[in-house]
Design a protein around this ligand. Structure first.
Ligand SMILES: [Fe+2]
Length: 387
């Protein structure tokens, strides 16, 4: 069987590296940078060091602070129209996953005819996107490292992805000093999401030796630092480790796929407005409890990482693997994240429809190590309403 591994072209990393942004813009033979960010980030001025570094380096820039949390097709058009008006020759995505996904899709529309929904699916974008620099300010989605932009399909409902190798960033900046202002709750939720990306990729069917190396390193960095980053947001060493972990997870799962946690977590009732990372956290313990018998060797490693100790000499593989659900619950307990779907407004009568939607998430379930039926998913949901 043949595999292909993709990744971004260049990574600039280390605390304070944002100061090198103008040099990287010039390396790309560009001079007009269009910054795409969300309104919250712009309101607190998180992008100020980026703007200052561009100005000092003689790069013209404009800030577009209207990236939506779940970007609609219209919002992508508005963003690319504004970039066109500014005559941008490089797009800089700055913020969490939604801002980066907006930047990626807008870059595509600047060199390809719209509307963006023409490109929902795999590799349907005909021309390379405008040069693109991505700068994450959360340690969570890993979107800076992937070739997918997840958008709200305002025509047909639900979320759809534009997937194209043209959407890999030309340059990614990993500067943990930009993440220290993230509130504890967001740190916990996005950090768990990043861990889940690495774990679902590592234990999944599409894993390769290359993604295993990335995902293992990601889980160790996140598992070993998420509590510290949650407890003290100013802990720069923990923030640094989390940012590397999230990026490495993106490099891993971007080449494999997620699994049942994302299948169930992304199909919980929309009216409950459960943030993505929180949904992943709630669905993780019972999902790993379901999965571990399909790949005990790998879940034994995951459980050890979550416990912070190598127990390979003192416990059997199955003993360690069967501890993975409790180990996950222990992490969530330390992060003050309650499990139990009922705590977040999910009702018993919602569950059959959620199970139907999760079971239809074929792309995700195909990568899950344990095959799940619709009724097994429903039973898992029912058993975890309380908690
Ligand atoms: Fe996720």
């Amino acid at each position: 069987m043949a595999f292909t591994h993709y990744t971004v072209k260049k990574i600039v990393h280390g605390n304070g590296c944002i100061k090198q942004i103008a040099a990287e813009v010039k390396n790309l033979k560009c001079s007009r940078a269009f910054i795409v960010a969300g309104p919250t980030v712009a309101k607190i001025g998180l992008q100020k060091p980026l703007e200052d570094a561009l100005t000092e380096g003689g790069v013209d820039w404009q800030l577009y602070a209207k990236a939506e949390v779940e970007p609609s097709m219209d919002s992508i058009k508005a963003c690319s129209d504004a970039a066109k008006k500014f005559k941008a020759d490089v797009i800089i995505g700055f913020g969490g996953g939604s801002a980066l996904d907006t930047a990626k899709a807008a870059s595509v529309l600047l060199t390809n005819k719209g509307p963006i929904n023409k490109y929902f699916g795999m590799n349907l974008v005909p021309n390379p996107a405008l040069p693109m620099i991505l700068i994450p300010t959360t340690a969570g989605t890993g979107s800076e490292m992937t070739n997918i932009s997840v958008l709200a399909d305002t025509k047909n409902g639900g979320k759809k992805g534009v997937v194209s190798e043209y959407m890999y960033a030309d340059v990614v900046f990993l500067d943990a000093s930009l993440t220290v202002g993230m509130p504890p709750r967001v740190t916990a939720m996005t950090g768990v999401d990043a861990f889940v990306h690495a774990m679902e990729s590592y234990c999944g069917i599409a894993a390769t030796p290359i993604t295993d190396a990335l995902d293992l390193a990601a889980m160790k960095l996140i598992g070993g630092n998420i509590r510290q980053a949650y407890a003290n947001g100013g802990n720069l060493a923990a923030r640094d480790a989390m940012l590397y972990g999230s990026a490495l997870a993106g490099m891993g799962f971007g080449n494999t796929q997620n699994g049942i946690i994302h299948a169930i977590g992304t199909t919980l009732p929309v009216e409950c407005h459960i943030p993505h990372g929180l949904a992943m956290a709630i669905c993780s313990p019972f999902s790993v409890g379901f999965n571990y018998i399909a790949n005990p060797e790998k879940y034994a490693v995951v459980a050890d990482i979550l416990r912070g100790e190598d127990r390979s000499g003192v416990m059997s593989v199955l003993e360690r693997a069967s501890d993975v659900e409790d180990a996950f619950r222990s992490l969530l307990n330390d992060l003050d994240i309650k499990t139990g779907l009922g705590n977040y407004g999910v009702k018993k009568e919602d569950l059959p429809a959620s199970a139907d939607r999760a079971f239809a998430a074929k792309r995700l379930l195909d990568n899950n190590p344990r095959k799940a039926t619709r009724d097994q998913i429903l039973a898992l949901l029912e058993a975890n309403l309380e908690g």
